[in-house]
Ligand binder design. Sequence first.
Ligand code: URA
Length: 196
Amino acid sequence: MRVSWEELYERIGACERCGLRRGCTQTVPGEGDIHARLMCIGEGPGAEEDRLGRPFVGASGQLLDKMLAAIDLHREQVYIANIVKCRPPQNRQPSPEEAEACLPYLRAQVALIRPRVILLLGATAARNTIGPEVRITRDRGRWVERKGVWMMPTYHPSALLRTPSLKRDAWTDLQAVREKLRELEQEGERIVHDEA
Ligand code: URA
C-alpha cells in the first residue's frame, strides 16, 4: 500500500476489513513524529485509547512514557502504533485474522516513516512482525535486522505492570535501544562525512 499519510488515516478510519471496527468507538491509527528514528509497536487499543483515539494513553501508556524517558526520549519524538487499530472486545488479543487484516496499515506506516529501530512491545507485536516463532521470554532483547531496520522485542508495559520483576530486563533492552540509535547515528554521520 503506497499512500500519503492523509490517505492512510482516511483508509484506516473507513476500514471494515475485520469485525473489530463494529465493536469499537473509533480507530486508533497511531501518532508521533512521522520522521522518527524509533518506532514503538504495541498490540491494540485498550479502553482509554478507544475513548480518546490515541495509542498508549492508559496505564500502560504512562509506563511507556517512563520507559522512553529512561532513554531520554519523549513520546513526541517517536512514532507509536499498534498491530490492530481497533480495540478488541474486553481487551482480548487480536486473532491472527484480525492482525493479518490490519497489517497493511502498519506496513504502510513503516514505509512512510522509515524508522531505523522498531521496539516491539509484547508477543503480539513481535510475532506479527518478526514471525510466529517468537517467544517473548526467550527472544526479548535480541535484535533482528530486516532491510536496514533493527527490530527488538521487549516486554509489553502491561506485562511490566502485572509483573514488576520483569522491569529490570526491560530496562536492559531499552539501554540497548539507546545504544543502537547512537551507533546508527554515528554511522550516518560517518557516511555523510565520507561523502562530503
Ligand atoms: N496496549 C497496547 O498494546 N496498545 C495501546 O495503544 C494501549 C495499550
